[in-house]
Design a protein around this ligand. Structure first.
Ligand code: B3K
Ligand code: ZN
Length: 874
């Protein structure tokens, strides 16, 4: 953005204005050609605000061929950057606009584009304006009918939203299909797909007895990898009826898997479009976590049919209304079907390793942002994952029954509408009778609150008092912070591990304390001995805890806390405490050692036959470098890496035998099914292999070469990375030879090559961009190779000579023009760097300044680069 006068303009939530015109229905007519597709859009337009004359439509990268009002050519319009402004209009009229677009040239994958040989669309957030001039905003709800014409041989399937109503053939080898979607929807939910696919068909009988056709379209030859996605869809439909009382509405539900897609998937009404990564899986080509990811994303997009489609967002600032809620729903779906404890742990790990970093970084924003330059930059962990935590807190405060009553109220009040986050909380408040006025602050305040703890025990009175204080550090977007409504779920443990019933004033009290002020105290009585207080059971709020537990207390909680999450969390605290000291020692060039107490804790866990296998796997998984970094005010990349490496190797050598024995047991116990018990055995085996590589590398190689399951193979490859074993080469070669024809499967290999800390990782990554399976146009490949390098190979990406930063900046320069959305996601590890040392920050600033000076810097990168620079220079 060399020319400062061309700086992109920010939009503010406070500026919201209702639309002055609306579009009630639109008939779209597509004639599909790769480089010159014509789109005729006939809309019924109604003026809503008598004060407003001109109709201003959004449009980008369109060629306008004709414009008619009530069937007459209309000359009174003006075209400007991104807008078509039409004047001299009656109050209600038919508007016909014909545009031409070039899908083949569209490498940003927004609007109508080509994925391989197929046509497909992505309209959220503001992609529909790349198809035709329109009121491209979520509070304009129209009914759509769509006619698609295309070459029959190349595109036998022509799909759009709703129900198929007519089809026919033309003389010129083309055919056409018409679709009608009876439910009014915003333009971002429009979808079109044309191509040649294999089709998996099934059906679902809804609870009211309606037969719903289910159709899953995949690239030719991929049918045998589609069954899990279909099974997941049926499970999601059933679960939403049972748990949320919500039934599907159309007679058909279609999912199409495409290889070129910027994100995971898209919930277009009746026609979901998916990244093939979240559809295709069999046990030879996909890991258990792929299978679970598919279940979650299929569920997530399906659940949007109510939370997102039937009730949509009034404006994009309200995105968390649909995303936070739908993530909460998909998390509950996964937890009801699988292991609740393991799911909770995984969600919290994501939050701590990445969302907390977002809060501390230059793009900090509340779950309902106030200021946006490029909306696509706000599909964030904050809006999604913290948004889901906010819904979860409501669930914790209200309980399942009142929460579901609130959901019913929400649906009854707002079905068919574009709603706000306030509407949602009001529905919860009205249905439950609970005052949620202070709770609403979670929507407007950014940052990660810190809750600090003081305790006091009065042996004579048998009273235990607990004082909690809250404060939220200033963030890049908001200097001032206020107290929030924080549910803190607690348990008191006696020294023998027994749970002490909570009572106050002689009566039982809830385990969920409601912290609403800057500081508050609670007194519990009938407490016979000084208890250990377990805080934030089930991670009841997305906060950091400031409380130094003694090692004895941590061990007590690891072994006896009633809440499984709390047990795992105590283990994390034990490891984090060690890491804090170890990093300081590395910095002072002192020797490291692993205390016998820590080794003993692990040893005891390894012998524990009773503990859930999946949970044990999580307990044995050492926090990532990103998670560890979150505990530091200043991040010393190299010291953290050294400390973590030492911990893993020292533990592996101290407990070589028990790790090897447990790994063997897991291999024998696994029945190789997708049952959750078997997934748990395999995840435990993977956790053990991480250590076994240091003492028995041949076991790691055996896990790779002897198993036919991708889960085991990948676990072995990850272990080979960790211990840098000699057999690593032959394993990676074998994988490459077997899978090089399949980009999706190669993504795992690229990711492991890029995150391996051995050798010259940067040179390896650069060389791999020339690999035949790699493509700089495919977002999945870019994320696997370059994203993994920047996010998961800190010591190389942050190399002291700045070469990692320089390389990422080169890639971003390339992607800025081609695919700004992918570029904008890739830049995160370069801008979330305020906690680094001065020298590194100076080199990062230099790279960001280079990007800032680019000609035609996209809005996406502009917003992140300028915020990044501001914070780093701040
Ligand atoms: N709603 C889409 C995300 C769209 C992202 C636009 N840049 C997928 C989802 O959250 O379900
Ligand atoms: Zn979503």
């Amino acid at each position: 953005m060399a020319d400062s006068s061309a700086q992109p303009i920010a939009k503010y939530r406070s500026d919201y204005q209702a639309p002055s015109y609306t579009i009630e229905n639109v008939a779209l007519d597509f004639d599909l050609e790769p480089t010159a597709t014509t789109v005729r859009a006939v809309s019924t337009v109604q003026r809503l605000d008598p004060q407003v004359g001109d109709l201003v439509l959004d449009g980008e990268k369109l060629e306008l061929l004709s414009l008619k009002v009530n069937q007459q050519e209309h000359q009174h319009y003006q075209l400007s950057e991104g807008q078509l402004s039409i004047s001299d209009l009656p109050e209600r009229f038919e508007l016909e606009i014909v545009t031409q677009i070039n899908p083949q040239a569209n490498k940003a994958f927004e609007g109508l584009y080509q994925s391989g040989a197929a046509f497909c669309t992505q309209c959220e957030a503001e992609g529909f304006r790349r198809i035709t001039y329109f009121l491209d905003r979520p509070d304009v709800l129209a009914t759509y009918s769509t006619k698609i014409t295309a070459d029959k041989a190349a595109y036998p399937y022509l799909l759009s939203n709703g129900n198929k109503v007519a089809q026919g053939e033309l003389d010129n080898g083309k055919h056409w299909v018409s679709w009608q979607d009876p439910f009014p929807k915003p333009s971002y939910l429009f979808a079109l797909v044309a191509g040649d696919f294999d089709l998996l068909q099934d059906s679902f009988t809804s609870r009211s007895g309606r037969e719903i056709a289910l159709e899953l379209f995949v690239d030719k030859g991929n049918l045998e990898r589609s069954e899990h996605a279909m099974a997941s869809l049926k499970a999601a439909m059933k679960w939403d009826e049972q748990r949320f009382n919500l039934e599907y509405d159309l007679d058909i539900y279609m999912i199409v898997a495409v290889d070129f897609f910027n994100m995971g998937a898209m919930e277009n009404k009746g026609l979901n479009i998916f990244n093939s990564k979240y559809v295709l899986a069999n046990k030879q080509s996909a890991t258990d976590s792929d299978f679970l990811g598919i279940e979650a994303v299929i569920g997530h997009e399906y659940f949007h049919n109510w939370t997102g489609n039937r009730i949509t967002c009034r404006d994009w600032f309200q995105l968390s209304l649909k995303e936070g809620l739908t993530v909460f729903r998909d998390q509950e779906f996964s937890s009801d079907l699988g292991s609740r404890a393991v799911n909770r742990i995984k969600n919290v790990r994501l939050l701590r390793s990445h969302q907390f970093a977002e809060d501390a970084g230059p793009m900090a924003h509340p779950i309902r942002p106030d200021k946006v330059i490029e909306m696509n930059n706000f599909y964030t962990l904050t809006v999604y994952e913290k948004g889901a935590e906010v819904i979860r807190m409501l669930h914790t405060l209200l309980g399942e029954q009142a929460f579901q009553a609130g959901m019913q109220t929400y649906v009854e009040r707002h079905d068919g509408q574009a709603a706000t986050c306030d509407d949602f909380v009001n529905a919860m408040q009205d249905a439950s009778g609970k005052d949620l006025s202070l709770f609403k602050r979670w929507y407007s305040q950014s940052g990660t609150p810190v809750v600090s703890v003081q305790t006091q025990f009065d042996a004579a009175k048998q009273q235990f008092s607990l004082t909690l204080s809250q404060s939220t550090p200033a963030t890049a977007d908001q200097p001032e912070k206020l107290p929030l409504h924080i549910p803190v779920s607690i348990e008191l443990l006696a020294s023998n591990g027994a749970s002490i019933p909570l009572q106050a004033g002689g009566k039982p009290v809830s385990e969920v304390l409601e912290l609403t002020q800057a500081q508050q105290s609670w007194v519990f009585d009938a407490v016979a001995e000084e208890p250990c207080v377990v805080l934030l059971q089930e991670f009841s709020a997305p906060v950091k805890l400031d409380y130094s537990y003694s090692s004895e207390q941590l061990l007590l909680m690891i072994n006896h806390a009633s809440n499984t999450f709390a047990r795992w969390d105590s283990m994390q605290k034990l490891i984090a405490g060690w890491m804090q000291q170890a990093v300081a020692k590395v910095q002072q060039q002192q020797a490291l050692e692993l205390e016998p107490a820590i080794i003993a804790t692990f040893e005891q866990l390894l012998q524990d036959q009773a503990i859930d296998r999946g949970l044990l796997a999580e307990l044995l998984t050492i926090s990532s470098e990103n998670e560890i970094a979150d505990n530091f005010q200043e991040v010393d990349i190299d010291a953290i890496a050294k400390a973590r490496d030492f911990f893993i190797e020292a533990l592996a050598l101290a407990l070589a035998e028990p790790f090897a024995q447990l790994e063997q047991r897991c291999a024998e116990a696994d029945q190789q099914s997708l049952a959750h018990s078997d997934i748990a055995w395999r995840s435990l085996r993977a956790a053990c292999l991480q250590f076994v590589g240091f003492s028995q590398p041949q076991r790691v190689a055996a896990a790779y070469f002897e198993s036919s399951l991708m889960t085991d193979k990948l676990a072995a490859m990850a272990a080979a990375n960790t211990a840098a074993i000699e057999q690593r080469n032959s394993m990676f070669k074998d994988y490459e030879q077997q899978w090089q024809h399949d980009g999706l499967v190669m993504d795992k290999w690229f990711a492991l090559e890029a995150s391996f800390s051995g050798g010259d990782a940067l040179a390896r990554v650069k060389a791999l961009t020339e690999h035949p399976s790699f493509s700089m146009e495919n977002p999945n490949r870019i994320r696997s190779l370059i994203g993994s390098f920047a996010n998961n190979n800190a010591r190389h990406f942050h190399a002291k000579d700045g070469a990692g930063y320089c390389y990422l900046a080169e890639i971003l320069t390339l992607l800025n023009k081609q695919n700004p959305q992918v570029a904008s996601r890739l830049i995160t590890p370069l801008i979330q760097t305020v906690k680094l040392d001065k020298q590194r920050k100076a080199m990062i600033i230099e790279q960001l300044e280079g990007l800032a000076a680019l000609d035609e810097l996209s809005k996406d990168l502009y917003e992140k680069v300028s915020n990044g620079l501001q914070q780093l220079k701040g």
